[in-house]
Design a protein around this ligand. Sequence first.
Ligand SMILES: Nc1ncnc2c1ncn2[C@@H]1O[C@H](COP(=O)(O)OP(=O)(O)OP(=O)(O)O)[C@@H](O)[C@H]1O
Length: 522
Amino acid sequence: MASLLWGGDAGAAESERLNGHVTATEPGRASGWELEQHSLREMCWGGEGGAPVAFGVGCQFSNLIHSQKNLLGIKSATIPNVDGSVNRIEDDDEDDVVDLAANSLLNKLIRQSLVESSHRVEVLQKDPSSPLYSVKTFEELRLKEELLKGIYAMGFNRPSKIQEMALPMMLAHPPQNLIAQSQSGTGKTAAFVLAMLSRVNALKLFPQCLCLAPTYELALQTGRVVERMGKFCVDVQVMYAIRGNQIPRGTDVTKQIVIGTPGTVLDWCFKRKLIDLTKIRVFVLDEADVMIDTQGFADQSIRIQRALPSECQMLLFSATFEDSVWQFAERIIPDPNVIKLRKEELTLNNIRQYYVLCGNRKDKYQALCNIYGGITIGQAIIFCQTRRNAKWLTVEMMQDGHQVSLLSGELTVDQRASIIQRFRDGKEKVLITTNVCARGIDVKQVTIVVNFDLPVNQAEEPDYETYLHRIGRTGRFGKKGLAFNMIEVDKLPLLMKIQDHFNSSIKQLDPEDMDEIEKIEY
Ligand SMILES: Nc1ncnc2c1ncn2[C@@H]1O[C@H](COP(=O)(O)OP(=O)(O)OP(=O)(O)O)[C@@H](O)[C@H]1O
């Protein structure tokens, strides 16, 4: 099988479906321009030999292949656009031509799923009840030219509902404060990143935007979005205020956007005096629900906020909004505009949820293996409630020859970052984790989430928010996803409570019935 390079959002979905025979450019990167050359090489030669071939959708992808074809060794590529037209790239040497259009597998994919999957987001963006719905285009949101370029380079076509609603408020003059909630994977990060990039003054060499994130990983992830979206904003730079980033006291921090975790930011502001909070113009508090669940973070965030100037714009984002989050939000954001979804809008309609009844841990594992063997999995995240269970499961799966990695809280931040990066790059297909990774991490190729243990709180009641955050790791931005819950019989009432809480259906699955499992579709 030749190795294939597949581009764009739709390409990512197909990469999953072809189970490793196709490597996608990073999803969302319709253009692929940002890909580093070595990663292009790796992707193209990563298959089992044979000529590298390129396949993607859209003219930007075509441009990429055109410009890189010598490097990639590509002789020919036929690149259909979603509108049905075709871009064709050929080498002079006819003998070496690899023509993908002739490949029936790929033709089938274009018809069946590629176009379908990119259209799906468009359809959702026209459905007023969808969180991806928008009436406006990005141009109508009056974003700066260089930001529009950044957005389109990331493969975004239209704003999502939260982006469409929040951006005009965030960009208004005088600046308005905002508390906003929208479900997982609907574009909140992109929304506030656009707000920060719109307000920053590249000529002023000191921190002007400050974003607090609850974990090291999320801070890095958000920073990457700033870097990608802001790549045409010349001279705008990001700095990470996270543990391990040792900046000596007295250093002149010249970067305009600082993203960090509350403890380190506090240290940088008050002890090391690296950031002058009185100069901050935009303050963002992301994943507020996670912040308040983490000891000390709420107080630290409030201390930081209290030192900001009154004219600083304050923005708070959260995927869920229990009363406690709301109270915190109102404490920290003065005079806010509010965008809040009704509870029944919170369920993730694009994610099909199942449960399997099991006797014990071994049964759960067996059921997991049956599911794993029965359906095509892109990448999967498996959540366990304890580190012990996570370790046990990792060992079992490895002994059975699966390529898995384990992410748990006892690892150093560097180790965690490297595991997430490997997973993001598709080097491991399964990530086993505890709650560390439940929130915010955005890996679009994740098609399956497994709750090996149901999330419960200390009172042994269902932890609804964590459930939502966990399954929200799949089904990003309208993509389809599957969630499987492995349930011991005595935990069934908890699952039923979750079902009622979100008013969504969680179907029972017989783990022995391979026919049924194989019929499961995204
Ligand atoms: N307008 C858009 N068009 C296409 N893709 C988008 C758009 N906005 C965001 N995305 C993509 O959708 C995915 C989810 O977006 P994002 O991470 O901003 O969601 P979120 O609401 O912050 O999620 P979470 O609550 O889980 O943190 C990302 O991969 C992002 O690149």
